[in-house]
Design a protein around this ligand. Sequence first.
Ligand code: UDP
Length: 327
Amino acid sequence: MKTVLVTGAAGFLGSHLCDRFIKEGCAVIGMDNLITGDLKNIEHLFANENFKFYHHDVSTFVHVPGKLDYILHFASPASPIDYLKIPIQTLKVSSLGTHNMLGLARAKKARILVASTSEIYGDPAVHPQNEEYWGNVNPIGPRGVYDEAKRFQEAITMAYQRIHGLETRIVRIFNTYGPRMRLNDGRVLPAFIGQALRGEDLTVFGNGNQTRSFCYVDDLIEGIYRLLLSDYPNPVNIGNPDEITILEFAKEIINLTQTNQKIVFKDLPEGDPAMRQPDISKAREILNWEPTIDRTEGLKITYDYFKGLTQDELYKKEHKSFDAYFR
Ligand code: UDP
């Protein structure tokens, strides 16, 4: 039986990864400091004897007893609002936290997969973005704390591979959506769905001509799983190339929720990339992977999930505060 450590286990992607590895018959250790994660995302796993949870901040020394076969390092705030609120933790988790995870992987002779991001391409001058593109990042802009930490993460991961012969994998994750996202994390999909559910206008930033390409979470998890088990040592983009403007996306959400909400335009946040679309040729070729769930289907599942939450759960999803962490 393989033993897998997932950091950021109570988060959106981390919790889906825990589910997947439990389903694959692995023993899963989930770790999270709960700064942005939510235990609700993994509470269904607590009764499972193959699942353990450690409440721990991976930016400090990490001790895990026993053997480890795989580490998936997914701990990090990952939305613009989060890393504006907690910039130093954002920098630490992908630098110090990644260093700790690489050290742990080395000590355990484990294979490690780190979660990188399309943000390492910044506001891209190449479209669609392929893995050979080095990016266009402003190190001191509001997104710099996330983008540069993730770039450092890739650099140190490659250094451990080259110097210590560590088995490493790097996934560059593009915009992903699905059940368990936080309603108040500022990302566009939960923002729009939350607004529709509360009967508010949908807030489109800028003129809405900026583009994104949204991947349904199950597709992403499948891509990550294949990458982990592959022998490919360099970064791979995983995302859905189906590109859409944010204005069109807002109209799709209004259509989906049948709410007749209006669209209001707000200032475009500083450093907001104008376009983003993954080139997934590598994933297709090396992992034989491509997305299978289109936006209509994925958005419906996601909307049904949010609609199915009780008022209390919805309130918690909207009002999770960072205060508990800082007390
Ligand atoms: N956005 C928007 N309205 C919102 C939230 C986000 O128009 O209420 C836009 C945001 O400016 C960006 C896009 O939606 O252009 C995607 O934003 P998100 O924060 O989800 O992720 P990003 O890809 O920018 O990291």
